[in-house]
Design a protein around this ligand. Structure first.
Ligand code: SAM
Length: 276
C-alpha cells in the first residue's frame, strides 16, 4: 500500500528504486517507518542516514545540509590541482556541514599529507563532521602524523576575531574551501518543502542578495598572514553569482580568480589565487 502511494508521488521507476534502497538499508527504522517518512516528503538521504560523496559514504542527519553532487565534482577537481604537495597541507573548510569537502580531499591525497580543520556554527554539524572523520578512517588529532587528519570546531567565521587562539586552528593555510550559505531572500521563500522543511536555514540563507558570506570570506583570506604563499581558495557559488563573487575577491585584495563549471555547465566554483 505504502509503495503504491510512493509511486503516485515519485513515479513507478523512482519509487521502486528507492524502495529497494530502503529495504537494503542497515537502519534501526522499519521499512514501513521509512516509507511513511518518504511519503511525508523527507529527503531519502536523511531516511537512509548516509550519502555517497565520491568514493566515501558520509553519515547524515537532519538538519545538516545534504552534500550535493556539484560539490563532490569541484572537490575532486581541486584535489587533483593540489599536487605536488607542500607536506603537510593545511586546510580550512568554512561552514563544513558533514565535513564532506575536507574528508574527500583527505581520502584523495596520500596518508600523512593533510592536516584539515572544519568550522561550523551548528552544533549538529560539528558533532556529525567529527563522527564522519572517524567513520571515513581519519584521525581527529593533528599530531597523528601517519594519517590524514580532520577536526571540526564550533565557531562563527563571521566573528571579527575568528579564529580565536583557544580554537587551536592557526593560520597560515595552504587551502581554504567553502560552500557557504548562498540562497538569497527571493530564492529562500520559494524553496521546495523537501529543502525548507528539513535542511537548516543557517546552511542555506546567505543574506538578502545571497552574498554575505563571500564578503566575509574575502576579508578573512585578505588578512595578512592568513594564507601561505601560493595558497588556493575555492568557494562554491549559487546560480548566477560567479561574476559577482569574483568581483568581491578582486576588490578585497589583488586576487587572480577563475570560474569552474559544474557537470551541468553552470558556473559553480570560484577559485582564487591571491597575491598575483
Ligand atoms: C551550504 S552548507 C555547506 C555544508 C557542507 N560544506 C557541504 O558542502 O555540504 C553551509 C554550512 O555553513 C554553516 N554556517 C552558517 N553560518 C556560519 C557561520 N557564521 N560560521 C560557521 N559556519 C556557518 C552552516 O551551519 C552549514 O553547515
Amino acid at each position: 500500500m505504502s509503495l503504491a502511494i510512493l509511486s503516485s508521488r515519485l513515479g513507478k521507476h523512482q519509487a521502486t528504486l528507492e524502495y529497494q534502497w530502503m529495504k537494503r538499508a542497515i537502519s534501526p527504522l522499519s521499512l514501513e517507518k521509512m516509507l511513511a517518512r518518504r511519503i511525508a516528503g523527507e529527503p531519502l538521504q536523511y531516511i537512509l542516514g548516509e550519502q555517497p560523496f565520491g568514493p566515501l559514504t558520509i553519515k547524515l542527519r537532519p538538519p545538516v545540509l545534504i552534500p550535493r553532487p556539484e560539490t563532490e565534482h569541484w572537490t575532486i577537481r581541486l584535489a587533483e590541482l593540489l599536487r605536488p604537495l607542500p607536506a603537510p597541507l593545511s586546510i580550512l573548510d568554512l561552514g563544513t556541514g558533514t565535513g564532506c569537502i575536507p574528508l574527500l580531499i583527505c581520502h584523495l591525497l596520500p596518508a600523512g599529507t593533510v592536516r584539515s580543520h572544519g568550522v561550523d556554527i551548528s552544533s549538529d554539524a560539528v558533532k556529525l563532521a567529527n563522527e564522519n572523520a572517524a567513520h571515513c578512517g581519519f584521525s581527529t588529532s593533528s599530531s597523528d602524523t601517519g594519517r590524514n587528519t580532520f577536526r571540526t570546531i564550533q565557531a562563527s567565521f563571521l566573528d571579527p576575531l575568528f579564529p580565536h587562539a583557544h580554537l587551536n586552528v592557526s593560520p597560515p593555510f595552504d587551502l581554504v574551501t567553502s560552500n557557504p550559505p548562498y540562497i538569497s531572500w527571493p530564492e529562500y521563500i520559494q524553496l521546495p518543502p523537501s529543502v525548507a522543511d528539513y535542511e537548516d536555514p543557517k546552511a542555506l540563507f546567505g543574506g538578502p542578495d545571497g552574498l554575505d558570506f563571500y564578503h566575509a570570506i574575502a576579508a578573512l583570506v585578505a588578512r595578512k598572514g592568513f594564507l601561505s604563499p601560493g595558497a588556493i581558495v575555492a568557494v562554491e557559488v549559487g546560480d548566477g553569482q560567479a561574476h559577482r563573487v569574483q568581483e568581491i575577491f578582486q576588490a578585497a585584495a589583488q586576487m587572480r580568480t577563475e570560474i569552474w563549471l559544474d557537470p551541468w555547465k553552470k558556473k559553480r566554483t570560484v577559485v582564487v589565487k591571491p597575491g598575483i
